[in-house]
Design a protein around this ligand. Structure first.
Ligand code: H79
Length: 429
């Protein structure tokens, strides 16, 4: 049985997009957007030389940021494999790296105590048996080519299944497999998904699967329906969008989900994209996910030498500083009985613990509308332990008995610091 509890408790993971696309440095969709012919793209095999690849350093960075798991692109849409597959020459062993880069990642992240996941693209722009002509995304789309006559999708499926078998056999216990993605004519059983899932779950009992054997970033699949397919996966994967409320089935059962998000506007390393979010924005997105019962998979795109961009490292360090003081409001937490966003705060909860992420410095006391003062046993700033008093007198208290007013002033004249760079978390029990 898939053990989803660790995943829901973890809440925060690292997505790593790394492949040949790091060489042209224009993002992982470059082959498609630039309509780069395979012969030309293959030249990156000779120039992908990751001399700085240090997965242990990546893993430390992830751990120090407070991330509990990671997902690395073993193969992205370009078709290049970071692992030593027996079924293709288009792989890391045939680059100057000359070795299996997935194995080093798996070993390093395990050694740092993180759960290990692999991303595997169902889409493949390099394999000759992956149809191109009518595919809206394929680099060779629309090109009149004899290629299509020889193209046999069932042979591609054999290849794809064989590679997934390799990933599930050669790297010890995997915690998670992340397929990407389904679209017109390539969805569910078109991938022979039933057979694939059975194989994966046999080889890796307990592994978690995402939803994209039948879904994409913009669709969530049958996981949210009353009757999920056997290949619906264990968690939904909204991409570059956050659901407005917790996800659930028609009968109200919550559905696990994980939002993947970029730090700039690209997953794969993009030299020109310097449009990075602030750490505070990332923290707020993490908190928003948790407040709606979801996970946050934050992406890094290492360059072709194997370096995570300095902007990304900095964001992760800053998130780590916040997490060291506030992680209790993240791990094991989920949606609370009060709305995800209320009182100008975001609320996360774990059992009897309610965490209010104060996103705006209130004018005077913080008014918790609908939360009776008697219901609050204790209110403290999570990071410092400083007490926040529940007001017991004054016109507001007299006129709004069903509203608790939290004074953020520890003593009469001393306002608790609510720093500008990060949100303050109030811990209520
Ligand atoms: O691996 C990351 C993306 O490359 C991949 N999923 C995440 C995890 C992904 N596959 N498909 N999509 C994302 C959605 C496709 C969006 C597109 Fe486009 C819109 C393809 C063409 C137009 C994005 C924007 C890519 C090119 C322009």
């Amino acid at each position: 049985m898939a053990d989803i509890q660790w995943f829901c408790d973890a809440r925060f993971g690292m997505f790593i997009h790394w492949g040949l696309y790091a060489v042209p440095a224009k993002g992982e969709w470059y082959a498609s957007i630039g309509r780069v012919p395979p012969e030309r793209y293959e030249e990156y095999l000779r120039t992908f030389d990751p001399v700085d690849y240090d997965p242990r350093a990546w893993a430390r960075l992830a751990r120090q940021a407070g991330m509990k798991y990671a997902v690395l692109t073993a193969k992205h849409h370009e078709g290049f494999c970071l692992f030593d597959s027996a079924y293709t020459d288009y792989k890391a062993t045939n680059t100057p790296a000359g070795r299996d880069l997935v194995r080093e990642y798996v070993d390093a992240f395990r050694a740092e105590g993180l759960r290990v996941g692999l991303y595997y693209s169902l889409v493949d722009w390099h394999h000759p048996d992956y149809p191109a002509y009518n595919d809206p995304f394929h680099p060779m789309r629309g090109t009149p080519a004899r290629r299509e006559e020889r193209c046999d999708f069932s042979r591609y499926l054999d290849y794809m299944h064989a590679q997934v078998r390799e990933l599930c056999t050669n790297y010890g216990k995997l915690d998670l497999l992340w397929f990407d993605f389904s679209y017109d004519g390539h969805c569910g059983q078109d991938w022979r998904a039933g057979e694939l899932v059975e194989m994966v779950r046999t080889l890796q009992p307990g592994i978690l699967l995402n939803s994209r054997l039948e879904a994409s970033g913009g669709s969530l699949g049958s996981l949210l329906s009353g009757a999920p397919t056997p290949w619906a996966g264990d968690f939904a994967t909204p991409e570059q969008i956050l659901p407005p409320a917790p996800l659930c089935r028609p009968d109200g059962t919550p559905v696990c989900w994980e939002a993947c998000q970029t730090m700039n506007n690209s997953f794969g390393y993009t030299a020109a994209d310097r449009c990075f979010k602030t750490a505070r924005t990332c923290i707020r997105q993490l908190v928003e996910c948790v407040s709606k019962g979801g996970n946050y998979l934050l992406n890094v795109g290492p360059d072709a030498r194997g370096n995570i961009p300095p902007q990304s490292r900095r964001i992760l360090c800053e998130i780590g500083e916040w997490m060291r003081l506030n992680a209790d409001s993240i791990y094991g937490c989920g949606a609370s009985a009060i709305p995800a966003a209320a009182f100008g705060c975001r609320a996360t909860a774990r059992g009897q613990n309610l965490y209010l992420h104060v996103m705006e410095q209130p004018v005077g006391p913080l008014a918790l509308t609908g939360l009776s003062p008697a219901a609050i046993r204790s209110a403290r700033v999570l990071a410092t332990g400083a007490e926040a008093d529940v007001l017991t007198s004054g016109w507001a208290v007299q006129n709004y008995p069903q509203t608790a007013f939290l004074s953020l002033a520890a003593q009469a004249n001393e306002t608790l610091p609510l720093p500008d760079e990060t949100d303050t978390v109030l811990h209520l029990t």
